[in-house]
Design a binder for this molecule. Structure first.
Ligand code: PNW
Length: 453
């Protein structure tokens, strides 16, 4: 595959992404309040390697040199999130100026380097004080979120290229309140569906509030979408694939883009469905300026649960590498929904990266993963899907939630003992792809090694 930047529209945006809790550290500094992830990480057994985000990549202190790394890649844009408890330590009331100052400096630092800032308001670090009142299960949290959104929007809106409300509400609701894998770690489907409804409500309220405050930046939301395929033609497998799609994807896509929850799932959930008040679905359907899609893998469904296809190639997360899933997904979205422009807000892979004798990280698999998935995006664009950008997850190895530091998604290798960042071969490849239009040869061959840093 000889993919190059010229296979994409000229104004297509290429970037890299991170999130606040995963990289910042400095959890006790400058008036930051506690978040649900600080709490969760300190509960025994929650994080595989027993770590926390207290230091993470120490980005809070190293943001300037990290911006230099981003600039060195030659990307157009950087996607990051703001930590709500830095800005409102208790999730309500006046701004903690030092918290907002940090993000103001970050945004100005990006602009000074010619990198466009794509901000996300909520990437899972809810103020613990709001969790103490029920978190997203409490409908009031949606109102608090809209107030927080307005604070950020009025202060930074003039300098942002894009503003997303929520990152992956499926994770903040079902993965967190039903499957129990993320903070706050509950296992109750009824609570999870209430949380999902209030997240969507918070999103809709935030869009209205931001627009009413005259914020001009394009507004949207980011979903993790996981296309599902039935393992066989067996009607029982087919039915399960449809239900898995309802659970992971349609439960969010349908209310946001059609103003209704999927009827089949509503029926399936029985007594667990959320209370919907008049006007809720109109709010949730508030027009989007863009929809962010995070894609990592697919699910293959059977009546008795998901299966891994034989011969499947998997990453260090044990997620199947399936680039076709991304093009299928994008084409399906266009076919089935009224869509705003799309953005691939995250795509990437964890591999067992190790420094070899030469001190380098030769992560050929990651380069291949990125190439094949970029190719899938190019195919979807060819097929008429309006995709405007692509962001690699992630800029650097960071705190991978329930996996702690044991999974590495970065283009840059983080040496946690020294906080040194090291160019992986995939970072060199991405730079080459971005900066040599028409000439992005695949794979980090020796010739690529000679490129200077
Ligand atoms: C996304 N799942 O999380 C997040 O947006 C990132 O913060 C994260 O680092 C990245 O993907 C890699 O995991 C997900 O269980 C976490 O299906 C878990 C799931 C999906 C997305």
């Amino acid at each position: 595959m000889n993919l190059s930047r010229t296979d994409f529209p000229p104004d297509f945006t290429f970037g890299v992404a991170t999130s606040s809790y995963q990289i910042e550290g400095a959890t006790q500094e400058d008036g930051r309040g506690q978040s649900i992830w600080d709490t969760f990480c300190h509960q025994p057994g929650r994080i595989r390697d027993g770590t926390t985000g207290e230091v993470a990549c120490d980005h809070y202190h190293r943001w300037e040199s990290d911006l230099d790394l981003i600039a060195g890649l030659g990307v157009d844009a950087y996607r990051f999130s703001l930590a709500w408890p830095r800005i409102q330590p208790l999730g309500v009331g006046a701004v903690n100026e030092k918290g907002l100052d940090f993000y103001e400096c970050l945004v100005d630092g990006l602009l000074a380097r010619g990198i466009r800032p794509y901000a996300t308001l909520y990437h899972w670090d809810l103020p613990q004080a709001l969790q103490d009142q029920g978190g997203w299960v409490n409908r009031d949290t949606a109102e608090r979120f809209a107030e927080y959104a307005a604070l950020v929007g009025t202060r930074l809106g003039d300098r942002l290229t894009s503003l997303a409300t929520l990152n992956e509400p499926w994770c903040s609701s079902l993965l967190s309140y039903h499957l129990g894998a993320h903070a706050p770690g509950l296992k109750d489907r009824r609570l999870a569906l209430a949380a999902a409804h209030h997240l969507l409500l918070g999103h809709g309220l935030a869009l209205r509030t931001l627009r009413a405050s005259g914020v001009q930046v394009p507004l949207g939301i980011v979903l993790n979408l996981n296309p599902t395929y039935a393992a066989t033609e067996d009607p029982a497998d087919q039915a399960r694939a449809l239900a898995d799609d309802g659970y992971s994807n349609r439960w969010f896509l349908d209310p946001l883009l059609r103003g209704e929850y999927p009827a089949d799932m509503w029926k399936l959930y029985g007594q667990d469905v959320p209370e919907i008040r008049p006007g809720d679905l109109e709010l949730i359907r508030e027009p989007l300026d863009f929809l962010g899609v995070n894609y990592y893998t697919r699910t293959v469904s059977t009546a008795s649960g998901p299966v891994m296809p034989e011969e499947a190639e998997v990453t260090h997360m044990d997620w199947e590498v399936y680039p076709q899933g991304l093009s299928d997904l994008l084409v399906r979205l266009k076919r089935e929904y009224p869509l705003p422009p799309l953005l691939i807000a995250e795509n990437g892979a964890a591999y067992l990266d190790e420094r070899t004798a030469d001190g380098q990280v030769h992560d050929l698999e990651r380069t291949r993963y990125l190439q094949t998935h970029l190719n899938a995006v190019a195919q979807a664009i060819q097929a008429g899907v309006d995709v405007r950008g692509y962001f690699v997850w992630s800029l650097l190895d960071n705190f991978e939630w329930a996996y702690g530091y044991s999974r590495r998604f970065g283009l840059f290798y983080t040496d946690y003992a020294t906080q040194e960042r090291l160019w992986k071969d995939s970072a060199r490849w991405y730079r080459h792809f971005l900066n040599a239009p028409g000439n992005a040869t695949p794979s980090p061959t020796p010739e690529l090694e000679t490129l200077s840093e």
